[in-house]
Design a protein around this ligand. Structure first.
Ligand code: GLN
Length: 329
């Protein structure tokens, strides 16, 4: 059994190592600096992780380096809001339409519906976070951290300096929250909602964690190593749908075309992606392109999808070298 296991898994490890080697010297892209703390990242950091739904883990590079999760948190908080409100009530507050605009755009908030377009861009994410239930800010933060812990399988922490750095400088996000308050799309204490949003963005993760979180989504919400149900499996379809259509900001359409699996990126340089019923994949590399997506991350995923055929519409045709590499005896 042990011998078979090693023979089966070697191709994936070799694949990750060759991709790391291919792109580690790529120097394009710039660090996010609008949150001052993020500009302190090392542009050389580069990690790749794959975790399968049956709990096998493959890692190369800086996979244990901690960084703040940023926008990737939006996926998981959306899952929590679905559990708190149900699909129909949540849809009245936050839509599921891709925007084609930058992630921090507020231009469409003043259009007819006044409803933020989707939960994967800042306006929709702030509205989603404002809905999280709990008696007071501490209870809401604790519920949110407990949710992340179910996906990650260990205790998680907020990086206080990044949280404060964003709270001090997050004027666009504050403007969006005020507009949505004005339109009645969010209620209550918007400073508390913004604090919770900045805190969720400042949760510390590693590339390994992101792959486990993606694998949990790939596994119908059940953490492949701990067996914990992180989110009600009834909502996996909703979560993966908005990731697929809206997860990569104004690159979402091209991502769906070129890579073809649900994914989410964040301005600290992480990208996680879900191959349903098979694996979670994560790349971490801080330099970003103009859309705010990790430059190395995009290259790795494009190569993986092209060479290993996990585009969803390849999978439906039964052509997936990635699955073969993971599963062949
Ligand atoms: N905290 C960041 C913001 O709200 C998250 C953005 C991102 O990762 N794209 O601006």
């Amino acid at each position: 059994m042990g011998a078979n296991y090693r023979i089966t898994m070697a191709p994936i490890q070799a694949l990750l190592e060759s991709l790391h080697h291919r792109y580690r010297d790529l120097s394009s892209g710039t660090l996010a600096s609008y949150i001052p703390q993020l500009a302190k990242a090392d542009p050389q950091w580069f990690g790749l992780s794959v975790v399968t739904v049956d709990g096998q883990c493959f890692h190369v590079g800086d996979v244990a380096q901690q960084f703040t999760i940023q926008s990737i948190s939006k996926v998981f908080v959306y899952g929590m809001a679905l559990e708190d409100y149900g699909r129909d009530r949540l849809l009245k507050k936050v839509g599921v339409e891709p925007t084609g605009d930058p992630f921090n755009s507020l231009i469409r908030l003043d259009e007819d519906s006044k409803r933020p377009d989707n939960p994967m861009v800042n306006a929709g994410a702030i509205a989603t976070t404002s809905l999280i239930t709990g008696a007071d800010p501490t209870e809401r933060l604790n519920r949110l951290l407990a949710m992340f812990e179910r996906y990650i399988g260990r205790e998680v922490y907020v990086d206080v300096s990044t949280f404060l750095s964003e709270r001090d400088t997050g004027h666009r996000n504050r403007a969006m929250a005020h507009l949505m308050l004005n339109f009645g799309m969010i209620n209550g204490d918007i400073e508390a909602a913004l604090d919770l949003y900045f805190q969720q963005c400042a949760v510390l993760v590693t590339c390994q964690d992101l792959a486990v979180m993606a694998a949990t989504l790939a596994n119908q919400g059940c953490h492949p190593l701990t067996g914990t149900q992180a989110v009600d499996s009834a909502y996996i379809r909703d979560i993966l749908s908005v990731m697929y259509t809206c997860g990569m900001y104004n690159f979402a359409g091209e991502w769906a075309y070129r890579v073809g699996i649900p994914a989410k990126s964040g301005v600290s340089g992480g990208i996680l992606a879900v191959v349903p019923n098979l694996a979670g994949i994560a790349v971490f590399s801080p330099p970003l392109d103009k859309n705010g997506n990790s430059v190395r991350g995009l290259r790795v995923f494009e190569d993986l999808s092209r060479e290993y055929g996990f585009h969803l519409f390849d999978l439906s045709l039964g052509r997936c070298r990635f699955r073969d590499a993971l599963q062949q005896p």
